[in-house]
Design a protein. Structure first.
Length: 259
């Protein structure tokens, strides 16, 4: 898969190299070339891992995806706190399909339907078979906010929060990876409106196909946060994660494309 992506398809090579060059201006050409190759190796794993995670046994999944600081979520659940969990396109976000088993929460996340109905059905099944409830993206914000504002069993909303904002909605900017970056604040807005706890999930690739996820508190009472505090903290945490091992972020996504 690596050889096909890098040398035959040359998958988004210009985008990858441009993103890495802008994000790490101090790296020389040799370092950037090495980082680019490392990213292609990682991306070749990403094509395999969702199917691997779907096919193996529960005991094998626990080895592929381990979790640190689960006690944080257990405490929040005992306190009946709603949670907005902010993830990213770092490591493997597809492994988070087992969060209901790990966290004890009812977990909800967004799903973007694809045009091919057979692929759409397959992807929906792979992302929901362990208990995550998927909500179509066009209805997601309103539905997620409604769930967080309900009284009773606490809910967890899982957001991949480093998405590029849709054209026409880019009102907020932050410095991120040495660039002025347009950011979404939907996660912060719904957390503040429902006074949810906000948790960052840090991903670490420990070996091929294996990841460790660590839960880190951003805000226990989002309603008390000053505007943009939560979003700034999320992107600050993500930048530290990326700088630690840069090859594992989604560099083939044109995060800074002008609209």
């Amino acid at each position: 898969m690596f050889v096909f992506l890098r040398y035959f398809l040359k998958y988004r090579h210009k985008v990858i190299l441009a993103n890495l060059t802008k994000a790490f201006p101090s790296k020389n050409k040799r370092e950037l070339r090495h980082l680019t190759l490392s990213y292609y190796h990682h991306m070749s794993d990403l094509f395999v891992e969702p199917f691997l995670f779907y096919c193996v046994s529960d005991s094998q999944r626990r080895k592929l995806a381990s979790y640190t600081n689960k006690g944080l979520l257990q405490r929040l659940y005992r306190d009946k706190k709603q949670v907005v969990l902010l993830a990213s396109h770092y490591g493997n976000w597809e492994y988070l399909t087992n969060l209901p088993q790990v966290a004890g929460y009812d977990v909800y996340s967004a799903f973007s339907p694809v045009k091919n109905r057979h692929i759409d059905k397959m992807m929906f099944k792979m992302r929901s078979f362990l208990g995550v409830t998927l909500i179509p993206r066009k209805h997601f914000y309103r539905k997620a906010l409604s769930l967080l504002q309900q009284v009773g069993t606490p809910k967890m909303i899982l957001l991949i929060a480093d998405q590029r904002p849709a054209p026409g909605s880019s009102k907020y900017h932050l410095p991120f990876l040495d660039q002025d970056t347009k950011v979404q604040i939907g996660g912060e807005r719904m957390a503040v409106s429902s006074d949810a706890a906000v948790v960052y999930i840090e991903s670490e690739k420990t070996s091929r196909f294996h990841y460790n996820f660590t839960f880190r508190m951003i805000s226990e009472k989002a309603a008390n946060a000053v505007p943009m505090e939560i979003t700034k903290s999320y992107f600050g945490n993500l930048e530290k994660t990326i700088n630690h091992s840069p090859a594992y972020w989604l560099w083939s996504h044109n995060r800074w494309r002008q609209s």
